[in-house]
Design a protein around this ligand. Structure first.
Ligand code: GLU
Length: 485
């Protein structure tokens, strides 16, 4: 079997939709799983859609994700150029070859005629298709027109009868009646290929064995297949992947603000978590496990795990996976990531940010959530006494007030030098025993009293350590006053 060669063929739009990134990921994985090559080809022939700097977005995203290509515009390779616009001279001869083989024909219809045809078809509710007007021109007629310099395009000669079947690795055999396939333009009047033609020629010339792409191309694939057959070329394996949806009805779109890799990075997600999550969008691993590094994905991946129904983007799930990656980080790395967010929220200089970082690491799913998690450190937030009522802890305003009054002298009795987690914890537990209550009856009110929040990075004792003795005691006193009113 020849070496597996896959390609990622993005159009440089300046934006890496996560659907595209996922296609790149699957394409890369399929190459690497089979010891093959992953090729990057930039499809920039749609000049109107070109955006400055857009190829850099592609390069940077793929590199950050570790999807390194074996051949491509910047790294070279035997099958270049790898930028479609630099290949423009290569296609015309192939179009003419097809004409000679009777699989394509010259078409001299002008815009006026085509527009009129389209208008009539639309008005009568039929799908606009070329009416094959020039398909029956004789060789002499064609020759005459060419000699007269009449502008022409070259169209694919699709069989009028029968059906075309192609095989998709995921969907199986797909059969389309030829009568529904348009005699599409292969070569435009300026001598340049259409995207649909260039794509097939490039894939063949680059020796691509597996084509992985979005399933919006499913409907064009029969025509691509007919082109391969017309040339007598080996047809590659096709793997069309499903869309990523925002919900059941809507595709995940740019305006949603979380559709691109760059959007997600801006929101604070880690590259590894994004890559891991998008692999699970439309692909199911065999077991229960969901956390995979790129090399583990290569190991685990199997085309049979790809889904035939659209995947729905679930930000909560991505966040949970991001949390898993955050917990696995060495503390130094966590601190490095968290520091800008900590500094944004904590201006007090007596706070040990390293300690705060340690508390936060097991509870952080997204770095950008950090400022909100720690904002109580600089300034006690306004809060409602109702926060003291906690069903599971069996607390209410009354018993919370009792607990806080009891805990205050205990805290005051601890020497400044012994103000650490162990000492405070032991003293509070002693108190709990003396009071003959459950732990929560003292710990819960303490947490609320020093933070004004129900969700905090750490319990009351840990927060007291962070805040320091004076501040903790002041806050407990204020809480007692507030509850006594
Ligand atoms: N340039 C196409 C796109 O960005 C890729 C099509 C293909 O992979 O065949 O949608």
């Amino acid at each position: 079997m020849s070496k597996v060669r896959t390609r990622f063929a993005p159009s440089p739009t300046g934006y890496m939709h996560i659907g595209n990134l996922r296609t790149a990921l699957f394409t890369y994985i399929i190459a690497k799983k089979n010891g093959g090559d992953f090729i990057l080809r930039i499809e920039d022939t749609d000049r109107e859609r070109l955006v400055e700097g857009a190829t850099d977005v592609i390069y940077n995203t793929l590199r950050e994700c570790g999807l390194n290509w074996d051949e491509g515009p910047d790294v070279g390779g035997e099958y270049g150029p790898y930028i479609q616009s630099e290949r423009m001279g290569m296609y015309k001869d192939y179009a003419i070859e097809l004409v000679e083989k009777g699989k394509a024909y010259y078409c001299f219809c002008d815009k006026e005629r085509l527009d009129e045809l389209k208008a009539v078809q639309e008005a009568s509710g039929v799908m606009p298709m070329y009416d094959r007007h020039c398909r029956s021109l004789s060789d002499e007629e064609v020759k005459e027109k060419l000699e007269a310099g009449i502008p022409y395009v070259i169209r694919q000669k699709v069989p009028t009868e029968g059906e075309t079947t192609f095989h998709d690795e995921l969907y199986g055999d797909i059969t389309t009646p030829n009568s529904t396939l348009d005699d599409q333009i292969l070569l435009k009047s300026d001598g340049y290929p259409t995207y649909n033609f260039a794509n097939v020629i490039d894939d063949h010339l680059m020796g691509i064995t597996h084509i992985v792409r979005g399933n919006e191309y499913l409907s064009s694939t029969p025509k691509y297949n007919l082109l391969y057959e017309a040339f007598g070329w080996e047809v590659p394996k096709y793997i069309h992947v499903e869309h990523i949806m925002k919900d059941k009805q809507h595709k995940l779109a740019k305006r949603d603000g979380d559709a691109s890799y760059q959007d997600l990075i801006k929101q604070g997600y880690l590259t590894e978590a994004i890559l891991n999550y998008i692999a699970l969008l439309g692909w199911a691993p065999k077991g229960e496990r969901e956390i995979f590094t790129l090399s583990e994905l290569i190991e685990e991946f199997d085309v049979s795990g790809l889904s035939k129904s659209p995947a729905i983007f679930d930000a909560m799930k991505l966040k949970a996976i991001n949390g898993e990656y955050i917990r696995k980080m060495p503390i130094e790395e966590f601190e490095r990531h968290a520091m800008p967010y900590l500094k944004q929220a904590i201006k007090r200089e007596d706070i040990n940010l390293r300690e705060v970082a340690e508390l936060l690491q097991p509870r952080t799913e997204l770095f950008t959530d950090i400022p909100e998690q720690v904002d109580f450190i600089d300034k006690m937030p306004e809060y409602d006494n109702a926060l003291y009522c906690h069903r599971k802890m069996k607390t209410n305003e009354e018993n919370s007030l009792v607990s806080l009054k009891e805990v205050l002298p205990v805290l005051e009795s601890i020497d400044e030098n012994s103000w650490n987690q162990e000492t405070i914890y032991n003293k509070v537990v002693e108190l709990v025993k003396k009071m003959e209550v459950k732990n929560g009856v003292v710990f819960w009110p303490l947490r609320v009293a020093v933070s004004g929040k129900a969700f905090t990075p750490g319990g009351g004792v840990e927060l007291c350590v962070i805040l320091g003795k004076d501040e903790s005691i002041n806050r407990v006193k204020t809480a007692i006053e507030k509850l006594s009113k």
